[in-house]
Design a binder for this molecule. Structure first.
Ligand code: HEC
Ligand code: HEC
Length: 265
């Protein structure tokens, strides 16, 4: 009897928390729009305006993760609702103050997409991908605390970006440059040029991390010029440097990186 008691308590606690999650007070607990054609169409329109830029028009991911895969992975409607409502702190995923009903229609739209099985995605040789990452990328990128600091920490890049976005970043990094890593070249009064990524700027001063990872601050009055470059500091890895099969392996490796970002932001 004494032994059974804790198990019984666990059961009760488990039942309660599930009941709370599923409670009628959670708007996603009873979504009237599921399987309703009209609502799904409205949800699609809302999705395209509010989410499509980041998650792709077909929700297969762009800057943000592949939502079809997230749904296929078993995300509950309550969790989707909470994520869309609150956003993901510290990432580009914004919070939203849209009425509950709009969010429920978006969920109905996504659920409808999710009923179509996602296409098979070959992962590539993750081990070879890890090796390529070590030789080509760790000079600028950290994973789980080790590596360079010139580029962003990639510890959880696999959760944050779709595979399509990773491919684009590797092949054509200048297509989209993270605003936190804008490339600048400072020209001092004596003609010296210092290249790096911009970390801070106000009317009078600018701070950059130079290509040797040194943080340097300058008063603008001591500079001849500040050149804001459109291109990324990250080199483009075209097919001559990285063939399709290696690219596949590398992206396969990156999509396994789903850890906790330990970088100090
Ligand atoms: C500005 C870009 C942007 C917009 C707009 C945006 N998202 Fe996101 N979203 C992201 C990013 C980036 C992530 C990954 C966050 C992270 O690193 O965990 C994300 C994560 C998510 C997740 C969590 C995925 C998971 O792994 O659990 C869901 C669900 C989601 N977004 C749905 C939406 C919906 C629905 C909308 C529109 C209402 C939307 N997002 C709008 C960028 C965006
Ligand atoms: C010379 C330094 C440098 C090297 C080498 C480098 N990167 Fe980058 N990388 C950057 C910088 C700087 C950024 C941020 C600017 C941007 O978005 O392009 C970046 C951005 C990225 C991003 C986007 C991160 C995000 O949050 O969206 C990915 C993914 C990435 N790099 C992967 C790689 C991979 C894979 C390699 C090796 C094949 C690599 N990088 C090599 C400097 C570098």
């Amino acid at each position: 009897m004494m032994l059974l008691l804790p198990a019984f308590l666990l059961l009760v606690a488990g039942g309660l928390s599930r009941a709370q999650e599923r409670s009628a007070t959670h708007p996603a607990g009873k979504n009237p729009h599921l399987d309703n054609r009209q609502s799904i169409r409205s949800g699609m329109a809302l999705y395209r305006v509010r989410c499509g830029d980041c998650h792709g028009l077909d929700a297969s991911g762009y800057r943000g993760p592949d939502l079809v895969a997230v749904l296929a992975g078993g995300a509950t409607d309550e969790r989707l609702f909470e994520t869309i409502r609150k956003g993901v702190a510290g990432t580009e995923m914004p919070s939203s103050d849209t009425p509950d009903d709009d969010l429920l229609m978006i969920i109905a739209y996504l659920r409808n997409l999710g009923t179509v099985a996602p296409p098979e995605r070959p992962i590539g040789n993750v081990e070879n991908g890890g090796r390529l990452f070590g030789s080509l990328c760790t000079s600028c990128h950290r994973v789980a605390g080790s590596g360079g600091r010139l580029g962003p920490d990639l510890t959880r890049i696999g959760a944050a970006r779709s595979r399509a976005a990773l491919v684009r970043e590797i092949r054509t990094p200048s297509e989209w440059v993270s605003p936190a890593y804008e490339t600048v070249t400072l020209v001092t009064k004596d003609g010296q040029r210092i290249r790096g990524t911009k970390k801070n700027e106000d009317a009078f001063s600018i701070q950059i991390m130079d290509v040797r990872e040194r943080i340097q601050g300058y008063l603008k009055s001591t500079l001849q010029d500040v050149i804001y470059e459109k291109s990324s500091l990250m080199p483009a890895y075209g097919s001559e440097r990285l063939n399709e099969s290696d690219l596949d392996d590398l992206v396969g490796y990156l999509s396994t990186l789903r850890g906790v970002d330990v970088s100090v932001r």
